[in-house]
Design a protein around this ligand. Structure first.
Ligand code: 7PJ
Length: 261
């Protein structure tokens, strides 16, 4: 899964902003590099990020979603808002990636009413505050129980089992030790039977492990993606698609496979 962020500063022209063109060009490059899925997002969910209105989020992403769907790409949209989910699906997205695991009122129904897949991610708190309260008795058990409960809520709302992916949400309200535990224990999440999605690319835990700033974390990110696949991840959400795909090709030629840890 290749990450396509569409977070320009202004939308004076109502959506056909120059950043639309650059986001589409970037998305096409990620496909050429071997991405199977594009994850298009118009609202930053990094710690401390400011919220974005639905109107602005739609103006950012819809032209990119429509263009990439027209190209035949599998398009995921990274959003927490039910209105954005519905519009994105109408524009051709076939997956919703929600860091709030469809907690927003109306989000379950927005996905259930469509044929779209959904990635349910675990987050403690909200993006603005999530690094403040980092208390878990057993982070692995708590994250897993939360995700299984959200998956059950999805199925009760009519979302088919096969349409659901789970994600432990690396960096979302977790300390380095929590993130490392979750990575080591990814097989326990995969054992739920739902495909697991892992997003570790360039994250601060990799900075903590290597001492590198965000612009120098590619090797760490590729290693993290391989580690996640080794521990059972079915999808890895990455910025550096070309390098990750190359690494996975060698990995699989060596017979490393998935879920072996
Ligand atoms: C994730 C995400 C992740 C899923 C972001 C960043 C922060 N969606 N959106 N999983 N991270 N499913 O890329 O550093 O880990 S935004």
């Amino acid at each position: 899964m290749g990450i396509v962020n569409v977070t320009p500063d202004s939308f004076a022209d109502g959506g056909r902003h120059p950043d639309t063109a650059s986001a589409i060009a970037h998305a096409r490059a990620l496909l050429a590099d071997g991405a199977d899925i594009l994850d298009i997002g118009g609202e930053s969910t990094r710690p401390g990020a400011a919220p974005v209105t639905e109107r602005d989020e739609l103006a950012r992403i819809l032209p990119v979603v429509a263009a990439m769907a027209a190209d035949g790409a599998i398009v995921s949209v990274d959003t927490m808002k039910p209105g954005v989910m519905r519009a994105a699906i109408a524009a051709g997205a076939t997956m919703i990636n929600d860091v709030r695991a469809l907690a927003e009122p109306g989000a379950l129904d927005a996905v259930a009413a469509s044929g779209a897949a959904v990635c349910l991610m675990h987050m403690r708190g909200a993006p603005q505050t999530m690094q403040e309260a980092l208390d878990y008795a057993d982070v692995v058990a708590e994250v897993r129980a939360f995700l299984v409960a959200r998956a059950a809520a999805c199925e009760a709302a009519g979302i088919a089992h096969e349409r659901i992916l789970l994600d432990p949400g690396f960096g979302f309200g977790k300390s380095l030790a929590h993130n490392v535990s979750l990575l080591q224990s990814l097989p326990s999440l995969a054992a739920t039977g739902y495909p697991v999605l892992a997003g570790l690319s360039r994250k601060s835990m990799l900075g903590a492990l290597t001492g590198r700033p965000v612009g120098e974390r590619m090797a760490a990110s590729v290693a993290a993606a391989l580690a996640a696949v080794a521990r059972g991840a079915a999808v890895v959400r990455v910025h550096d698609v070309r390098e990750t795909v190359d690494a996975l090709k060698v990995w699989s030629a060596a017979g490393m496979g998935t879920g072996s840890a």
